[in-house]
Design a protein around this ligand. Sequence first.
Ligand code: C2E
Ligand code: MG
Ligand code: MG
Ligand code: MG
Length: 285
Amino acid sequence: LKKAKFTKSFELYTPGTVDTARRRFSMETDLRRALQMGELELHYQPLVDLDTGLLSGFEALARWQHADLGAISPVDFIPVAEESGLIVPLGRWALEEAAKTIALWDERLPGQQDFRISVNMSAVQIQRDDVVEAVSSALRGANIAGNRMTLELTESAFINDPDGAKRLLDNLKSLDTNLAMDDFGTGYSNLAYLQQLPIDVLKIDRSFVSEMMVNKDKRAIVRTVLSLARALGMKTTAEGIESSEISEVLRRLGCSVGQGYYFARPMTGDAAYAFLVADKSSTTI
Ligand code: C2E
Ligand code: MG
Ligand code: MG
Ligand code: MG
């Protein structure tokens, strides 16, 4: 009995625990360095208008190629950035980089300035006083209009301080940016409250979209979100579309925009620019 007890408490300090702490520590150190050295990149995933099949914009997604460990997923490094506060400079970097990309592609494709780029904003980032300034300075720095950018926010950013959130979104809206609620359906939305926010787009989470053909409950949630958005005068984007069937069903249900591997994976800036050019030439022929 004694031995078992000892083993059990000993397990609290198994090498696994130490490794996790060490890994976290070194990931934070490495991420700080990567940010300073410019080792992060934005990749861009096309967003497609489901009615016309044409490109409506891109979502910017952070990518980190670690010198020793290879590609590290944002699913792993964004939480570390949030806990360490590095999300603040990382978030500024993403806004500035996306704004510069819009300006660069506009310059290369004159007269065709109608695509948008979406940027993910962490809850930690939007709870800071300087977030509106960060967005406006990115727009000003690249000399682009606010309506060229969509800010993707998550519901978790609003639970604690609904009144503050409303003020903040009104301020972001006054920069003329487009606002999207990301991963919609996974949080604890207060619907009465949602209606008061100046949200333009509900993004239906991939967990509902990818299984909607095989799971009736998920399909019901997708339908409900689409009709909610319609009732509130919001547009909808479905993420995680991996087949033509899902794309077609969503189009028939009135979903505005689709995103997913069926259309294209996230790609480098150069590849995304080529995608944009190909899309433009398909309409001007
Ligand atoms: P998200 O904002 O919900 O982004 C969509 C994620 O779904 C991306 O994963 C994208 O690659 C993936 N995806 C899109 N279509 C498909 C599909 O058809 N199938 C599958 N299996 N996946 C698909 P990614 O790039 O790994 O990013 C994960 C999350 O990391 C993002 O989820 C976002 O929450 C966060 N993130 C990424 N970049 C940034 C950033 O610059 N700032 C912040 N704050 N968060 C970021
Ligand atoms: Mg997103
Ligand atoms: Mg999303
Ligand atoms: Mg998601």
